[in-house]
Ligand binder design. Structure first.
Ligand code: 5AD
Ligand code: SF4
Length: 473
């Protein structure tokens, strides 16, 4: 075992990834060391940041704790910390079930987690639970170690490994900044309001300060994060500012090349936000806007508070001010009561919009939600068959659209060297403005600050299934 070392395992959404990144930085600043990925079994402290939005989240967490237990021979010196939505749900019961678990923390408790870990690392008999919800957004200590980890979820198993990071030094070109916690919408299928609490908007000055700090460290792109970003301020927090006003303030920060945000809700999508896409060149021409269903009847039962016509209206207005904007979405199939007609309305709506990408899921019951009490559940085999049809369309459509980008000239923000460079070639991965990954063959002289974070004009030469290839111009 290596002393004062930790290994962080992350499930779930971008917000969890961002929380784990922060926790990692904060522990490094306190003198802890992330273990190298190939020695993850040798850590002294394990942090599991959990998600309960879908699937069988508790089972996943239990099997992860079991894996750690057998990897470490149930060593009582090992500290296991469980955070996030499952920790909020299961709480202190985890202590009884697993002796190595000595810290549980929820969405609001994470701010105190680094200090708690420090205490627990020195005292084996101690157990700490940080499960209270706060009334206001809890500011966290900022930690800026030279090495900024970037943990991206692993597509294959939905986990991100914060120790499995590439240390990017001071030049991380892409930063994520949280602007709120929680959600007030109570969509009937969703557990988020119960496990992450009511919506709490962050103070705009704190958001702007964090953005400035990232830009000073070499970030060129900022993504504002929240469960419902465009409902910012509606909870009484946020210093009386609306989301669009905040967006304009961030957009004018010097050094910012690209601005993104996830996730907006169609019901609160103000006309001014659409105008912003026409007025702010720095706002990336890409929007992830969850549709969930294309059937008005199902949208109503989901409690989404918009209908298909309103959604299409947003899409058309956006395209009028920003032609060529790429849209992506979230879809739930097999929601209770969904008929074949309802499903076809979803599919046709997706085709009408022409989403470049979608995350689609089979409905799953979440404890305590209204939809879990609905009695007209859909047979799983039927739901899976619908999901397959939908994903099949999406795959083919996205592929066709990606191939159509060949020949275009785009600015690529370089993020990291390509993992599979060709002999004698310099190839870097990056993102073009709509968020597609591009592997660029670099032919020009290396800029003074290095390739990372450079924005290079690129001609797209080919499309592969998950990325594009290009040549620097
Ligand atoms: N079942 C299936 N999918 C769900 N999502 C949220 N709750 C559920 C559920 N109970 C999906 C929604 C949401 C995304 C993050 O997860 O599509 O936008
Ligand atoms: Fe869940 Fe709806 Fe809130 Fe999104 S808006 S987190 S789906 S309750």
């Amino acid at each position: 075992m290596i002393s004062r070392t930790f290994h962080c395992i992350t499930f779930g959404c971008q917000m969890n990834v961002n929380d784990s990144d922060w926790l990692t930085r904060s522990l490094i600043a306190r003198g802890f060391t992330p273990v190298p990925p190939d020695r993850s079994g040798e850590a002294e402290i394990y942090i599991i940041n959990t998600c309960s939005v879908r699937d069988k989240p508790e089972q996943k967490v239990y099997s992860e704790i079991g894996r750690i237990r057998s990897m470490t021979n149930d060593d009582p010196a090992v500290l296991v910390c469980v955070g996030g939505c499952v920790a909020q749900q299961v709480g202190r019961k985890l202590f009884r079930r697993f002796s190595q678990v000595r810290l549980v923390f929820g969405a609001d408790g994470i701010a105190q987690a680094p200090a708690a870990i420090e205490k627990l690392a020195g005292k084996r008999s101690l157990r700490i639970s940080l499960l209270d919800f706060e009334e206001q957004y809890t500011e966290r200590e900022q930690a800026w170690p030279d090495a900024v980890p970037d943990a991206a979820p692993d597509a294959a198993n939905g986990t991100a490994d914060a120790a499995n990071v590439q240390m990017r030094g001071r030049q991380a070109p892409s930063a994520f900044v949280s602007i709120m916690q929680g959600c007030d919408n109570f969509c009937t299928y969703c557990i988020v309001p119960y496990v992450r609490g009511r919506q709490k908007s962050r103070e705009p000055e704190a958001v702007l300060d964090e953005c400035r700090a990232w830009l000073a460290r070499g970030a060129r792109e900022i993504t504002l994060l929240g469960q419902n970003v465009n409902s910012f301020g509606q909870d009484g927090g946020g210093g009386g500012m609306s989301f669009t006003q905040l967006l304009y303030r961030v957009a004018e920060l010097p050094g910012l090349a690209r601005l993104r945000f996830v996730t907006p809700h169609p019901k609160d999508l103000a006309p001014e936000l659409i105008t912003a896409f026409g007025e702010l060149p720095v706002l990336a021409p890409r929007l992830h806007l969850p549709l969930q269903s294309g059937s008005d009847r199902i949208l109503e039962r989901m409690g989404r508070k918009y209908d298909r016509a309103r959604y299409m209206d947003i899409v058309n207005s956006l395209r009028a001010v920003r032609p060529g904007i790429h849209l992506s979405t979230d879809i739930i199939v097999g929601f209770p009561g969904e008929t074949e007609e309802d499903f076809l309305e979803t599919l046709h709506c997706m085709q009408d919009v022409g989403f470049m990408g979608s995350f689609s899921f089979v409905y799953s019951d979440r404890p305590g939600t209204r939809a879990s009490l609905f009695t007209d559940k859909i047979d799983r085999a039927v739901a899976l068959e619908r999901l397959a049809r939908l994903q099949d369309w999406q795959y083919n459509y996205a592929w066709e659209q990606l191939r159509g980008l060949t020949g275009e000239i785009v600015d690529v923000l370089l993020e990291e060297p390509s993992p599979k460079p060709q002999e004698g070639e310099i190839i870097w991965q990056g993102k073009e403005p709509r968020g597609h990954s591009v592997n660029v063959r670099l032919t020009g002289p290396e800029p003074e600050g290095g390739w990372m974070g450079a924005i290079v004009p690129t001609r797209i030469t080919a499309a592969a299934m998950h990325s594009l290839r290009g040549e620097q111009l």
